[in-house]
Design a protein around this ligand. Sequence first.
Ligand code: FES
Length: 161
Amino acid sequence: MREAVTSLLRRHEPVVTKPAPSTVAAVAPSAQRTADPAHGWVTLGSAGRLVEGRAATFVRPGGGAVSVFLHEGRVHAIDDACTHEDGPLGEGAVHGTCVTCPYHDWQYDFTTGACLTDPTRPLATWEVRVREGQIELGAQRTTGTLSRGGDHNDGMETLIR
Ligand code: FES
């Protein structure tokens, strides 16, 4: 009987999993150089990290992270934090110009920052370019929402508003 109870308790212990290693490039702010001081372009890292169908994520000057996408020869930069619950969009699946958050499947158009799941929850976007083999981030192009929370695909809703 005691063994059965112990076994039952073990089955209900929370499973602690190790967090996945971060795919965000560790770029110390001091290592980020201003590529074009007159226009505020900042070098993020090597353009060799850009692969069609996958994001490259970098620490963003000023805080947070930015995910950069290559699509049909053009580069696009969005806030890496999903507007649902801050999931890492740079780790999401990419189909065409759509990135799907790995946490609860909210979807975004990375060319515009539009949220396809909840149109009231867009992402911030930035000017971005490739010059001399380096990805350079420019001015913020559009403002994203600071709101978080909302429906999950399982019908549950977070209480964060
Ligand atoms: S955190 Fe992105 S969908 Fe929930």
